[in-house]
Design a protein around this ligand. Structure first.
Ligand code: DOR
Ligand code: ZN
Length: 348
């Protein structure tokens, strides 16, 4: 297996931090990291410093993205339940709405009563994505049973979280879910050596939970990086901020693991996110990999502005050589070949 050609991969869950926290990442560095990791489309979350809950904030974000992105970038809207009047105005500009039912980065928490309000008011055919952990997932599944509308559960991390989702899927409900590379490749034991660099939400779990995720990988729809850069200073602060970058390490990690075939990578990082988000196929958008090349993940070589990875020092297989978007070569040999703003802002 020398040269592998993959379709341009899709990461449906990233935090590019722009506008508001461009000391962590910005649209140029974040989308550069995406290309370096073999991703040609990324979907950015709304938990900016100022949460994206108003049409004017979304317009400002899209305007900034248009001048900076080097890969295709789509957006999600946010809600704390008090911006229902905005939904009509922005519905054609975003791929879904993201709701946080457990505390994490940003002042952005809602409860299940507010989830119900959003379920009733968010346009019927549009996706709802939830950050829900542990027992809250059962409550969200109850809501899916009631409203029967598409819900994507982000970053499942444990048996307790995955079980109610599998049950809902068995009932034929329109629920999908994603898993992150850090929950597949790290456990709570790694926190001992990684310290704050192993802290994220949901937290790393036990080996037994990790094995449950691997055992059920076929029933999980997507791998999503949850690329969540913070500066080293913020990670080493007390308390540290939650989140780890992932755009440049997701594909090498998957390529290096015998449990994941190339076809499985295509399903998890292209076909399923493409279907969930309703994206067309693009023949000339592709990622070319040297499947035999061995390398080491090194903080010093990353294009993400934060400059670190929890996988620093890991030996991996598969080198991302070239990336093409609609026939244009945009990345080769660790170099971005296009200008800021040459990527597209995607609309549904
Ligand atoms: O660890 C996390 N970091 N989990 C989240 O849900 C948010 C993210 C962030 O934005 O930093
Ligand atoms: Zn996230």
């Amino acid at each position: 297996m020398a040269k592998i050609t993959l379709p341009g991969l899709i990461d449906m869950h990233v935090h590019l931090r722009d506008p508001g926290q461009t000391e962590k990442e910005d649209f140029y560095t974040g989308t550069s990291a995406a290309l370096a990791g073999g991703f040609t489309k990324v979907f950015d979350m709304p938990n900016n410093l100022q949460p994206i809950t108003h049409s004017s904030q979304l317009a400002e974000k899209i305007k900034s993205a248009k001048t900076k992105v080097v890969c295709d970038t789509g957006f999600y809207f946010g809600s704390l339940g008090n911006n229902i009047a905005e939904f009509e105005k922005i519905k054609d500009k975003v791929f879904g709405i993201k709701l946080y039912l457990n505390p994490t980065t940003g002042d952005y928490l809602i409860n299940t009563q507010i989830l119900e309000i959003v379920m009733k008011n968010w346009p019927r055919n549009k996706l709802i994505l939830v950050h829900a952990e542990e027992d809250v997932i059962g409550q969200v599944m109850e809501m899916v049973r009631k409203f029967k509308r598409p819900v994507h559960v982000c970053h499942v991390s444990s048996e307790n979280e995955l079980k109610p989702i599998l049950k809902a899927k068995d009932e034929g409900l329109p629920v999908t879910c994603g898993v992150t590379p850090h929950h597949l490749f790290l456990t709570e034991d790694d926190v001992k050596t990684l310290g704050p660099y192993g802290r994220m939400k949901p937290s790393l779990k036990s080996k037994k939970n990790q094995e449950f995720l691997w055992k059920n990988l076929k029933k999980i729809n997507v791998v999503e990086s949850d690329h969540a850069p913070h500066t080293k200073k913020e990670k080493e602060a007390d308390p540290p901020l939650f989140g780890v970058p992932g755009l440049e390490t997701t594909l090498p990690l998957l390529l290096s693991d015998k449990r994941v075939s190339t076809n499985e990578i295509i399903r998890l990082c292209y076909e399923s996110p493409r279907k969930i988000l309703g994206l067309p196929e693009e023949k000339n958008t592709k990622t070319i990999i040297d499947g035999n090349a061995k390398s080491e993940i090194k903080n010093s070589e990353l294009l993400t502005k934060c400059g670190w990875s929890p996988f620093n020092g890991w030996k991996v297989r598969g080198k991302i050589q070239e990336v093409y978007i609609r026939g244009t070569r945009v990345f080769e040999n660790r170099k971005i070949l296009v200008k800021p703003g040459s990527g597209q802002v995607l609309v549904p």
